[in-house]
Write a protein that binds this ligand. Sequence first.
Ligand SMILES: [Cu+2]
Length: 125
Amino acid sequence: MAVERGSAVIGMALIMLSLILLHSENTDAATFKVGDASGWRFGVSNWPNGKNFTAGDILEFTYTQGMHTVAVVDKNGHDTCTVPSGAQIFRTGNDNVTLVKGENYFICSVPGHCAMGMQLAINAS
Ligand SMILES: [Cu+2]
């Protein structure tokens, strides 16, 4: 009887351990500070080069509030530096955006800033 109870406890412990492992696998997302120490700034567009991104990873955009924005755009918006109507625009100065699978495009919506390199195209696997 004591042995059975013991194995039941071990069984429960194993189930809980697997749940914890599964959970940690799901939340294994990396956080990237866009532009590294310099943050979201002019000329940041080549910052993604050489990095590997996965869906669920978080991009942290840091900048002085009021100076810049982070607009979530499509490929055309990125390539032509235009913000599609209805686009989501973050403005807090410390915006966390979760990458979706495939292409992710961001620009600063302040006129002229995208053309000065405040644009990102990131492919998340
Ligand atoms: Cu800007």
